[in-house]
Design a protein around this ligand. Structure first.
Ligand code: SF4
Length: 244
């Protein structure tokens, strides 16, 4: 977040006002339901009982619990269909009998005396070569947004918590069932840890935390209180937000 916009980072992690300004978003509601449905499916259903009807039932039940962020019934229906299609592709194109060893939880590790790195790990499978860390993506695959760094950080956190070797880390783009995988070796960790420590230093030294107008401003909850509010709104209206 800091790298996208230091001001947004300040509002969220220094001023702690995100709860006050947070607006429900359809893609976040849908994404949470897809993640939670997959968690319930693996956590609560025995491999022999896993079927498409069961997974669909879980999604429908989860959906009734939270229906916020949609413009109207039609919009909600479209997002619901999207979620169903993602789970359908997942169910019919993957081995659903596997039982993950970690599922949808926060794990952390100490990086330095005063730096702890935290990651929400979607899923970890045990394979012959070692552990396989999987991060589900409910957005579309976009080559520019793919981050090897994030995968290595996840692998590092999982290895520190499980004390088992991680051999692979992957994003699974649920819309198209597309996998992006990275072979992991533990000699990647030192450079990544150094990079993270450097980035934390940069944040600590930034006393201004200025707004940085970017392509995600249109989804920012702080538009109304952003020091560049007027400019951002004009750019959104003209559809000319910078592609950064
Ligand atoms: S509207 Fe844009 S520039 Fe302003 S805080 Fe949000 S992300 Fe940053």
């Amino acid at each position: 977040m800091y790298e996208t916009c230091p001001q947004q980072y300040k509002f969220t992690y220094i001023d702690h006002i995100a709860d006050e300004y947070k607006q429900p978003k359809p893609y976040l509601t849908m994404g949470a339901h897809v993640h939670n449905s997959l968690k319930d499916f693996y956590d609560n259903i025995e491999p022999t009982e896993r079927s498409w009807d069961v997974l669909e039932g879980i999604l429908r039940r989860r959906w009734r619990e939270n229906r916020s962020g949609f413009a109207d019934r039609e919009d909600e229906k479209n997002w619901g269909m999207r979620a169903l299609q993602m789970l359908k592709a997942f169910y019919f194109k993957n081995d659903i009998t596997k039982t993950p060893v970690m599922l949808e939880d926060f794990y952390d590790m100490d990086l330095a005396e005063d730096i702890r790195v935290v990651g929400r790990i979607d899923r970890v499978d045990e394979e012959d070569e070692g552990l396989h860390v999987i991060d589900y993506k409910t957005g579309k695959y976009n080559k520019e947004d793919v981050s090897d760094l994030q995968l290595i950080i996840y692998a590092m956190i999982v290895e520190a918590n499980s004390k088992q070797r991680v051999h692979k880390a992957s994003y699974l783009y649920l819309t198209t069932n597309q996998w992006y995988s990275l072979d992991i070796s533990s000699d990647m960790y030192e450079a990544v840890a150094e990079q993270l420590i450097e980035r934390v230093e940069i944040i600590k030294q930034d006393k201004e935390l200025n707004p940085r107008i970017n392509k995600y401003c249109k989804n920012c909850d702080f538009i109304d209180i952003c020091p560049k509010s007027e400019e951002v709104k004009q750019l959104i209206e003209k559809k000319t937000l910078p592609n950064i």
